[in-house]
Every structure is written in structure tokens, then in C-alpha cells.
Design a protein around this ligand. Structure first.
Ligand code: SAM
Length: 224
């Protein structure tokens, strides 16, 4: 995603009714933020938020949180969000590295990673959102049965993830190298990047990962 500084972005985000300004204060109490006990699902690196806005509209009984670390990108999501009437979607401007400070163990039912930055250089491997470092963060916030759903057009990142995710003690429950021509396409919600890349004829890869049974711990146990 091309990033440029947008003057006034920080101020607009600070005033936005769609952004939780102090997310750490809600750790373990996201049901109070949403006013119900519905499951919480998050997208890490949501970009302009199209995917989550569509999901939130289609699934009023699920709570969604969009995570984006760059103000200039989040601003675009906020502006689009103004045209919707959703009560089950909040945005956070945070780095996903801090997610375990924001959500308690078992508070998140699903994590979506869509078209995450590939970080192709070896020395940047830890920044990949499917690296063992990030999987360890997801392990601290997901329910015992919780899943990570990852889509990308980047075959190199996908191949890396197919190795690194099991290496981190997770099971890859399904994967496909061509989502759009597979049975898994049913119910698929397209992201902004997915629309662009599939429009260019690029195959879209997808995997779903869950913890290996041996890694699952009691939902009630505090992992912090
Ligand atoms: N998910 C959207 C889509 O599929 O259209 C946007 C994809 S864009 C390539 C990846 C986004 O992830 C960028 O907006 C980037 O700022 C965000 N991102 C990357 N690393 C992140 C991190 N550690 N925490 C939060 N957001 C991150």
C-alpha cells in the first residue's frame, strides 16, 4: 500500500467515533464495548476496510475489529465507514505486535490476514504477519478453537506461511493455491487487494490455520 502523510490525519482519527482510542483499557471486556456477548473477529492490516465493512453488514451477530497501523490508511477506512450504519465494527490504530495487550486469551474467535505485506527480505521475516512471532501473539488472544484465515496473491509469502505456521505448532486445516477456482470460493468476501489482483488474473491463495490440539489450553486460563 502506498503511504503518504495526510495532514490532519492524527486529529481526525483522535476525534473519530469509529476508533477506540484507548484499546488497552478494554482488554478482557470487549463485550462491554459492543454491548453484547457475540463472537469477536478481527482483521489485521485491514487497509481501507472494505472487507470488514461488508462482513459486518452481512453478519450483525458477529462483532468485528479492524486493525491498521498507519493513520493515512485508517483515515480512508474511517471516511468510508461514515457512509454505513454499522454498530458491530470498531477500528484500532495499533501495530498488531501489541494485540495481546488489547485482547485477553479467548476473546477473539477469528483472525483474518488479507494480502499482508510480503516482506521478501530474510532480515525482515519477523515482520511477516504469518511469522512464528506473530503466530505467538495470535495464540495469546484466540479462543481454543480459534482460527487464522490468510489470503494472498504472493506465492512466496504463501509458501513461507505453509512452512512457518506448522513450524510454530499450528495445523493448516485447508489450503488452496487458486481460491477463485476452488470449492472454498463459496461465501468468499473480496478485499480491495483481492479485487485488484484477481482482476489482473493472479491466482489467490488461501489457508486456514488452528492450533494443534497439544497447544490448545483451557479457555479460562490467563496467558498474559
Ligand atoms: N487487507 C487489505 C486488503 O486486502 O485489501 C489491505 C492489504 S495492505 C497490502 C496491508 C495492510 O496491512 C497495510 O495497510 C498495512 O499498513 C497493514 N499492516 C501491515 N503490518 C501491520 C501490523 N503489524 N499491524 C497493523 N497493520 C499492519
Amino acid at each position: 500500500m502506498r503511504l503518504r502523510h495526510i495532514p490532519g490525519a492524527e486529529e481526525e482519527i483522535a476525534k473519530s467515533p469509529y476508533v477506540i482510542q484507548d484499546p488497552r483499557e478494554h482488554k478482557g471486556r470487549w463485550n462491554q464495548v459492543f454491548g453484547n456477548d457475540n463472537p469477536v473477529m478481527i482483521e489485521v492490516g485491514m487497509g481501507k476496510g472494505k472487507f470488514l465493512m461488508e462482513l459486518a453488514g452481512a453478519n450483525p451477530d458477529i462483532n468485528y475489529v479492524g486493525i491498521e497501523m498507519y493513520s493515512s490508511v485508517l483515515l480512508k477506512a474511517i471516511r468510508k465507514r461514515k457512509d454505513t450504519r454499522l454498530s458491530n465494527l470498531w477500528f484500532l490504530r495499533v501495530d498488531a505486535r501489541t494485540l495481546a495487550d488489547i485482547f485477553a486469551f479467548g476473546e477473539v474467535h477469528k483472525i483474518y490476514l488479507n494480502f499482508s505485506d510480503p516482506w521478501p527480505k530474510d532480515r525482515h521475516a519477523k515482520r511477516r504477519l504469518t511469522s512464528p512471532e506473530f503466530m505467538a501473539v495470535y495464540d495469546k488472544i484466540l479462543t481454543a478453537q480459534g482460527t487464522v484465515e490468510f489470503k494472498t496473491d504472493n506465492r512466496q509469502l504463501f509458501d513461507y506461511s505453509l512452512e512457518s505456521i506448522p513450524g510454530a505448532g499450528w495445523t493448516v486445516q485447508m489450503h488452496t493455491f487458486d481460491l477463485h477456482h476452488s470449492p472454498y470460493m463459496e461465501g468468499n468476501v473480496m478485499t480491495e487487494y483481492e479485487t485488484k489482483f484477481s482482476g489482473e488474473g493472479k491466482p489467490i491463495c488461501k489457508l486456514i490455520a488452528a492450533r494443534e490440539v497439544s497447544l490448545r489450553r483451557d479457555d479460562t486460563k490467563d496467558r498474559t
